[in-house]
Design a protein around this ligand. Structure first.
Ligand code: SAH
Length: 250
């Protein structure tokens, strides 16, 4: 998948893109991230990408022209509602909260363009050219770059072939709408705490059921909101009843 990132700070992406899974995905040709410096499209002598706000108030605003020209340069459609070129995502604290469902939707797009704001944000006319406005959480970052990296990472993990069997996304939190189970590695006993016996039993069916139950238990205790929306099987409902009965006896 090709992902274009429009930013004033392209160097920020170098670290995350050249380690581990994202590095391998790029080497395998599954992920093609292209960084475009919005400042290259600022036409004036001082290469100004921001300006004062209309109406007054503190904080500069990113000008629309360099961003629109950068969009055109990478071949992204800038007309409202034009979806022919995939998704054009504006990183914004005012956007829709990013979650697994949105990551999965974006992973199915033919390509992505991510726009990173800075300062007080970007001129609202840029939002009009975007197909999505996305926030990674209810807090304000200094710029869209870290948010864009979060989106690139979460989307890349869902692209076919990026994760090997060993890392499979299917057993991670949120894949089936609930949290993932706890995991253990060696040593068998550490500082008085033991790895649960069932995981050492070699009994695949018992391990599967234990993991499912622990995943449901964590979700019930930590994120009950997820359970309301998750698609549960008959076995899940049975396991939840067991968990609730156990909780009540403690
Ligand atoms: N004045 C804006 C915040 C600007 S912060 C407001 O009140 O909403 C500068 C830039 O950082 C934004 O343009 C956006 O691109 C990015 N940003 C800040 N918080 C973000 C968040 N939670 N998710 C995604 N992007 C964010």
């Amino acid at each position: 998948m090709r992902i274009d990132v429009l930013t004033l700070f392209p160097e920020m992406f170098e670290g995350p893109l050249s380690e581990s899974i994202l590095k391998q995905a790029r080497e395998k040709g599954l992920l093609d991230v292209r960084l475009t410096n919005v400042r290259d499209f600022a036409r004036d002598r001082h290469r100004t990408a921001d300006d004062y706000q209309y109406g007054g108030g503190s904080g500069m605003v990113m000008k629309p022209e360099p961003i629109f020209e950068a969009l055109e340069h990478v071949g992204a459609p800038v007309a409202k509602g034009d979806r022919t070129g995939g998704a054009v995502v504006l990183m914004s604290a005012r956007g829709r909260l990013f979650d697994h469902g949105l990551a999965a939707d974006l992973a199915r797009e033919p390509r992505l363009v991510l726009i990173c704001g800075r300062y007080k944000g970007v001129d609202e006319r840029v939002a009009g050219a975007a197909t999505h406005e996305v926030s990674i959480g209810d807090y304000v970052l200094s710029g869209g770059e870290l948010a864009a990296m979060v989106v690139v990472d979460a989307v890349a993990r869902l692209l076919p072939g990026v994760l090997g069997d060993m890392e499979s996304a299917e057993t991670d939190s949120f894949y089936e709408g609930i949290l993932g189970p706890p995991v253990y590695t060696r040593p068998e006993e550490y500082r008085g705490e033991e790895v649960p016996d069932v995981l050492k039993s070699g009994h695949h069916e018992m391990v599967r059921r234990w993991r499912r139950k622990e995943a449901l238990k964590a979700t019930l205790h930590r994120r009950p909101d997820l359970l309301e929306r998750a698609e549960l099987t008959d076995e899940d409902r049975e396991l939840l009843q067991e968990i609730e009965a156990e909780d009540n006896t403690i």
